[in-house]
Write a protein that binds this ligand. Structure first.
Ligand SMILES: C[S@@+](CC[C@H](N)C(=O)[O-])C[C@H]1O[C@@H](n2cnc3c(N)ncnc32)[C@H](O)[C@@H]1O
Length: 231
């Protein structure tokens, strides 16, 4: 998908007040995996409307964020102003940051839009300090396998999907890949896997969104990685 595609989605995506998938499942878990960030310099890669940036700022991080969609970034800038250094940048290209600039990187729900992970992962490696970590959340390969009709798990293919949101339907497409391919791309970038998680939603999801709670506690949805750049 192009920056223009994401510009078109931005208003509907960011209008949703509380999404069980994002606000009660993905974001709490990725923020928890980021650990203690007080005093650390952190990059949010594919930051969208900046909700993760806000959480990490509140935990004491010095925040930088980028996204290829100027419309998504406009929501982030409206919410956070100059508390975060935002840039327009593309994950599939060399990043506009210096070698060893960051202690931590977060890349939440963006990598499945890319056909190849070699550039973003090797760029994360380059801009991380030695010993630094990157937290990634992305579509779980089993979820995409089911969405693709349960055939050809090992295929690396583009999937078309639609998401119903309170203000409209979003039409999206993204790349699915098997877990082995994710691991190969991570290893090729020189990053070491510290943790792989298939976490649960926060408990209040059960009362507020019972259908989503049932799905999130019985079927894989997103997969989370903590990766480390060895010193
Ligand atoms: C599903 S949204 C997630 C936004 C945010 N990380 C979150 O979890 O709320 C995906 C974001 O990835 C961004 N994105 C997709 N492909 C990108 C690319 N190649 N470079 C930079 N950003 C990209 C989109 O513009 C969009 O803001």
């Amino acid at each position: 998908m192009t920056a223009t595609d994401f510009d078109k989605l931005a208003k509907i995506y960011e209008a949703e007040k509380i999404s069980p998938w994002n606000d009660l499942y993905e974001r709490p878990n990725s923020i928890q995996l980021m650990g203690e960030v007080d005093g650390l310099t952190v990059l949010d890669a594919g930051c969208g409307g900046g909700k993760h940036c806000a959480d990490l700022l509140a935990k004491g991080a010095t925040m930088h964020g980028f996204d290829m969609s100027e419309k998504m970034l406009a929501f982030a800038k409206d919410a956070l102003g100059d508390q975060v250094e935002f840039k327009v940048a593309d994950l599939s290209q060399p990043l506009p940051y210096q070698e060893g600039q960051f202690d931590r990187i977060l890349c939440a729900l963006a990598l499945h839009y890319l056909e190849h992970w070699s550039t973003p992962l090797s760029e994360f490696y380059r801009v991380l300090k030695p010993g630094g970590k990157v937290v990634i959340s992305t579509h779980h390969p089993f979820m995409d396998h089911a969405l693709a009709g349960g055939e050809a798990y090992f295929a690396h293919t583009l999937i078309e999907d639609s998401w119903k949101k309170p203000d409209g339907t979003l039409y999206v497409c993204y790349w699915r890949r098997p877990l082995t391919q994710m691991m190969d791309e991570i290893k090729a970038a020189g990053l070491e896997v510290e943790t792989i998680q298939e976490p649960m939603p926060v408990p209040e999801t059960e009362e507020q969104f019972p259908d989503a709670y049932k799905k999130l506690t019985t079927q894989p949805r997103f997969i989370f990685f903590v990766l480390r750049k060895l010193s």
